[in-house]
Design a protein. Structure first.
Length: 372
């Protein structure tokens, strides 16, 4: 059986003031092509289907179109779970209809596996959606103190007969060690206060573990315990990375392949002096600018957007530009126009005008006065 592992679709996400719906539609269409070309049997979605618990109509429509292509046109099965961004109650609507059409969505904990078969026998799919520690303590066992306790409790009775696949949304690590480098600014922790990491050694008896929550594609402890990562970039922390989907050929053995995903637009970080950046090559990518100027630039974003329409944010490498006094105290009554302008120039630019610039200014002022 050939599986395609996805996670963290975050459909409906925005970057800055820009909706990513168009980019997501393009990437999902690429995934449908891969499913068709590689003759995938089952698509696994390991949580965070939507970016918010109340997705927009555009986000709902896009996900519906994606499912229609997979289930009705290509006749594939889809197994999905809720992540910490999703609303389990909203996802659970029409559950019976979904299952009758080969869409198996689990938003609340179910201990019984979904069993599928191929020529090698049965495969038991255990779908464990995101469960908060507070909910686990209230509904499962009041003695649960962390996510390792929670997963130990959930998978304790599995016999591991036949082949077994786990799909879950969590922060799995080696011995439950938190690694702050794994997180980027597109993710949020699973727990407030304390570590949200759990011990991935609990998963070693599964034939494959399809994980969601972390946005970078990688495996934990063993190649079969794997995060597919997001199918497109959602953060400027990911500018140097390549996005992919994971294909698992699960026969008597297991073969894992990463397929690169072509995205509609890329993410960039451009750094330099403001004037140099304005002279650089135009781009339709999402761009974060880091300015190296020693003073703030007025209307910088508006000027940048004229050339870079998807400019997202501006920051300054030299944070001292924001610590200077922001008021100008000038003796207006006792200074002429040239002196007033040179004082203002020094305030804004942190440097004196040159003699040539002052002479040019004087000629301009004299010409204006003649016209009056």
């Amino acid at each position: 059986m050939k599986l395609l592992h996805l996670s963290d679709l975050h459909i409906g996400k925005s970057i800055g003031n820009y909706s990513l719906i168009e980019d997501q539609r393009y990437a999902l269409e690429e995934i449908v092509k891969i499913v068709e070309k590689k003759d995938i049997d089952v698509v696994l979605i390991a949580g965070d289907i939507f970016d918010t618990s109340i997705p927009s109509s555009d986000a709902l429509s896009l996900y519906s179109d994606f499912l229609d292509e997979l289930i009705f046109r290509l006749d594939k099965k889809v197994l999905a779970i809720a992540g910490n961004h999703d609303s389990s109650k909203r996802l659970d609507i029409n559950k019976n209809f979904y299952r009758s059409n080969n869409y198996f969505l689990v938003s609340e904990l179910e201990r019984e596996p979904i069993v599928l078969e191929d020529e090698y026998g049965k495969i038991n799919f255990y779908l464990i959606p995101f469960i908060s520690l507070a909910k686990a303590k209230a509904e499962i066992d009041s003695e649960i103190e962390n996510f390792t306790d929670l997963y130990r409790h959930i998978i304790n009775d599995i016999s591991y007969e036949d082949r077994n696949v786990l799909v879950s949304h969590c922060y799995a690590s080696n011995m439950g060690i938190y690694d702050e480098e794994i997180y980027d600014d597109g993710q949020k922790p699973l727990a407030i206060g304390g570590s949200d990491a759990m011990d991935a050694n609990l998963f070693m008896e599964f034939d494959y573990v399809a994980l969601g929550h972390l946005h970078r594609a990688h495996f934990v402890i063993d190649p079969k315990i794997r995060y597919s990562g997001t199918f497109m970039k959602y953060s400027f922390d990911e500018v140097l990375g390549e996005k992919s989907v994971t294909i698992i050929d699960l026969t008597k053995d297991i073969d894992i392949e990463k397929i690169p995903i072509k995205n509609l637009r890329d993410f960039e970080v451009r750094r330099g002096k403001f004037e140099d950046i304005l002279k650089s090559e135009a781009s339709d990518n999402y761009i974060k600018f880091i300015l190296e100027d020693d003073y703030t630039i007025e209307n910088a974003m508006a000027k940048l957007k004229a050339k870079f329409p998807l400019a997202v944010s501006i920051s300054y490498a030299n944070k001292a530009v924001f610590s200077r006094e922001d008021t100008l105290d000038i003796d207006i009554e006792n200074k002429d126009a040239v002196e007033l302008f040179t004082d203002f120039y020094k305030f804004k630019m942190d440097e004196d005008m040159t003699n040539d610039e002052i002479e040019t200014l004087k000629r301009i002022i004299v010409c204006d006065q003649k016209d009056l």
